[in-house]
Design a protein around this ligand. Structure first.
Ligand code: NAD
Length: 455
């Protein structure tokens, strides 16, 4: 078996041969990736079920379809993305060709996370292939079934010379990171991101960080609470709350909270029955470690559980759970929850809600539910977050024409659609000059004279 440095050297030699650059090559690989997903959908759904008890519907919607949509979008737009972008010119460059050329970066590393193990590995790959790179893919070891399936399928469908899967955990990833890559695309936690940045700094490698954070949802008064509860509960409890863009906590007035709670109770029953543990639409927590972490948070919280709260360690199950009377310094507010636990925090006004959000790190997504466009506008204009969506959750990230990424502690860089292609491309500034107007150039050559400046 090759060592990691042999793997990277081999890919670099292949990259330098130029094989990944022609449009037709990129197109073929993207089409092959589409076949991988379509021909193996059943196996993919099974692996996701093994890893997270992911319901088939959620697996198809949030992993398979999002990927096939991205592939269609890339195949439809690839030619235009690859075209040179002509730049505006001034008098001195009037006769020149001035343009931006998108060039592949070289050998790039994509490190995936476990919560959407297919999507988070292969969606960046679409951008990397479209941009003409060679790629090392490192799936998350935590979602082992999907990791194994990817290691088996990718070499069957994609060029083995250009794309390689390396499996392993933290130690293997650290060893891999000792090598020089031309870009590192990392999805995962903020803590690990710090060591990724350290490793990247040795080779001055540019990095895209797709991280998480605590995504707030401000809920205004006077809403149709059943619709609000449906949209909130769907976004929060999809994949058992293990989504980087899941609403992490709710901010609302006490009166709104009192109207929201009965609606949430009714909606949770409607979605997941009276016995959610037996409901096939409820995912499980990915590992015993994460289950214990979530239960510790619940134990340490001084909030009051008003919905759910049941759990089963062996089954890695935690019921969709809602808490009230949660203070800003509560255990649940110290880290991203990343599970089916929703604290509701009372604020007196939208202004107080905005101040609350602005005291926290900038989140990956920020939500506001309101009938009033002035309230939506106020929250939009007075906060910062990777993405923003009013009157719904998660759904903004399904549109490939919107860049997806964080800001501040929730990440840097973005992808999806054209933005994925851009993330893995170098924008090379090009000026192609001829030999005309040499006399005009005399104005900038020595001997320098004052009057040449005022020309
Ligand atoms: P994880 O445990 O799967 O880790 C992510 C990747 O980092 C894995 O491939 C893992 O092997 C690798 N890794 C782990 N420890 C490492 C180390 N010490 N050095 C180098 N590599 C290491 O996933 P996680 O970190 O638990 O992911 C959850 C976090 O990811 C949450 O914060 C979530 O919000 C965030 N997330 C962000 C996005 C996004 O698109 N912005 C998407 C999903 C998840």
């Amino acid at each position: 078996m090759d060592t990691y440095s042999q793997v990277v050297d081999r890919l670099r030699t292949v990259f330098r041969s130029g094989v990944t650059v022609p449009e037709q090559f990129r197109r073929t690989q993207l089409t092959n990736l589409m076949s991988l997903v379509k021909e193996n959908e059943e196996q993919i759904v099974k692996a996701l079920h093994k890893d997270l008890a992911k319901p088939k519907f959620e697996a198809v919607l949030s992993e398979v379809h999002i990927l096939t949509n991205e592939l269609h979008y890339a195949l439809n737009n690839l030619r235009s993305w690859m075209q040179p972008e002509y730049a505006s010119k001034n008098l001195a460059t009037k006769l020149d060709d001035c343009f931006i050329r998108r060039e592949p970066l070289g050998v790039v590393l994509i490190i995936g996370a476990w919560n959407y193990p297919l999507q988070l590995l292969l969606l960046p790959l679409v951008g990397a292939i479209a941009a003409g790179n060679c790629v090392v893919l490192k799936p998350s070891e935590v979602s082992a079934a999907t990791d194994n399936l990817m290691a088996e399928l990718i070499p069957k469908y994609l060029s083995q010379d250009c794309y390689t899967v390396v499996s392993g955990g933290a130690e293997e990833t650290k060893a891999l990171l000792q090598n020089r890559f031309d870009h590192i695309f990392y999805t995962g936690s903020q803590n690990v991101a710090r060591s990724i940045l350290q490793a990247a700094s040795v080779h001055l490698t540019p990095v895209t960080l797709e991280l998480g954070g605590k995504c707030p949802c401000y809920i205004d008064k006077g809403l149709d609470m059943t619709s609000a509860a449906r949209r909130l509960a769907w976004a929060k409890f999809f994949n058992a709350g293990q989504s980087c863009v899941a609403p992490d906590y709710v901010l609302c007035s006490e009166a709104t909270r009192d109207a929201l709670l009965p609606a949430l109770r009714q909606v949770l029953e409607e979605f997941y029955t009276k016995e959610p543990q037996k409901c096939p639409d409820v995912s499980r927590i990915v590992s015993q470690r994460h289950w214990t972490r979530l239960m510790e948070l619940l134990k340490k919280s001084s909030g009051k559980i008003v919905l759910g709260g049941e759990s089963d360690e062996e089954d890695k199950y935690i019921a969709p759970t809602v808490l009230v009377d949660v203070a800003e310094d509560d255990a649940l507010m110290k880290e991203e929850i990343f599970g089916p636990i929703l604290p509701i925090i009372a604020v007196e006004s939208v202004e107080q809600g905005i101040e609350f959000m602005n005291r926290q790190e900038k989140p990956l997504a920020l939500y506001v539910f309101s009938n009033e466009s002035s309230v939506v506008k106020k929250v939009l204009e007075n906060t910062s977050s990777g993405g923003f969506c009013s009157n719904d959750g998660i759904i903004h990230m399904t549109l490939p024409s919107l860049p997806f990424g964080g800001v501040g502690a929730s990440g840097s860089g973005s992808y999806h659609g054209r933005w994925g292609f851009e993330a893995f491309s170098h924008r090379r500034s090009c000026m192609l000059r001829g030999w005309a107007l040499e006399r005009l150039n005399g104005l900038r050559y020595p001997p320098y004279r004052e009057d040449k400046l005022s020309w």
